[in-house]
Design a protein around this ligand. Structure first.
Ligand code: ADP
Ligand code: MG
Length: 258
């Protein structure tokens, strides 16, 4: 049902580490993570609060530099890049989705989705920008809501806009930190369905979640504890969001008729 996980690593981590120094105290947030993620994979990162998930994601997203080890993103070394170069790499290769959507409040759906394009393609015309953003929103079923502001939309719709924004620069990799953390069950399944479709189309996804129910839609489960990976397994019984939504719809119909 899904695109194969193939032989090109998008992420290669070798003994990656991050130590925070606050005053005199050292916090080893990530302690030697070695991990390869191949193109087309869909990874859930799990683990208790404080186990280093967000720190790892920040490094994967080139938002923060490691203090040890190596990171190759799509074959290119991230270590040693300055802020500007990191930002460029990030904008080109990575889309981000957050728990709290992180949309600009007083800005329309369309403008929220356009924004990353202005940074990555400064010479693109406003018209092309508009067109591409509108297309992206139509594709995820929000074509009727282009002019709406986030506050006029449901949580699920806001997260869809955030996903359209994450995809607008056609990234290699999508990183999501608890993307369903603020959504009800049905909406969560819908968002996971959208992620599964993206993944089927070849996009690599890495997602932090603390819910086993949500991780069950991913292809691979990586568990962290105290800054290290303690388990890394393929998910042999992957749930299909599309099938589950179809079942939920059917049950609703039956209930209506009864
Ligand atoms: P998780 O996302 O799994 O809850 P984090 O990566 O946020 O874990 O945190 C891992 C550890 O690093 C925790 O002990 C946390 O307190 C510490 N930590 C995270 N960010 C910072 C920071 N900016 N400065 C100092 N310590 C931090
Ligand atoms: Mg966290």
């Amino acid at each position: 049902m899904s695109a194969a996980v193939n032989n090109r690593p998008v992420i290669q981590l070798r003994d990656l580490a991050k130590t925070y120094l606050t005053g005199e105290v050292e916090v080893k947030a990530v302690r030697g993570v070695t991990l390869d993620v191949y193109r087309g994979d869909f990874v859930a990162i799990m683990g208790a609060s404080g186990s280093g998930k967000s720190t790892l994601m920040n490094m994967l997203g080139c938002l923060d530099q490691p203090t040890g080890g190596n990171y190759l993103l799509d074959g290119a070394a991230v270590a040693g890049l300055g802020r500007k170069e990191l930002a460029k790499l990030r904008n080109k290769k990575i889309g981000f989705v957050f728990q709290s959507f992180n949309l600009l409040a007083r800005t329309s759906a369309l403008e929220n989705v356009e924004l990353p394009m202005f940074y990555s393609h400064p010479l693109i015309s406003l018209r092309d920008c508009r067109q591409r953003a509108a297309q992206a929103l139509e594709q995820i079923g929000l074509g009727e809501r282009l002019g709406h502001h986030p506050s006029q939309l449901s949580g699920g719709q806001q997260q869809r806009i955030a996903i359209a924004r994450a995809l607008i620069n056609r990234p290699e990799l999508v990183l999501a930190d608890e993307p369903t953390g603020n959504l009800d069950t049905r909406t969560s399944v819908e968002i996971m369905g959208l992620f599964q479709e993206l993944n089927d189309s070849g996009i690599t996804l890495v997602m932090v979640t603390h819910e086993l129910d949500i991780a069950a839609y991913c292809k691979r489960l990586v568990v962290m504890r105290d800054g290290q990976v303690i388990r890394d397994t393929r998910n042999e019984s992957r749930r299909s969001a599309r099938e589950e939504i179809a079942k939920l719809d059917e049950a609703e119909q039956t209930a209506k008729l009864a």
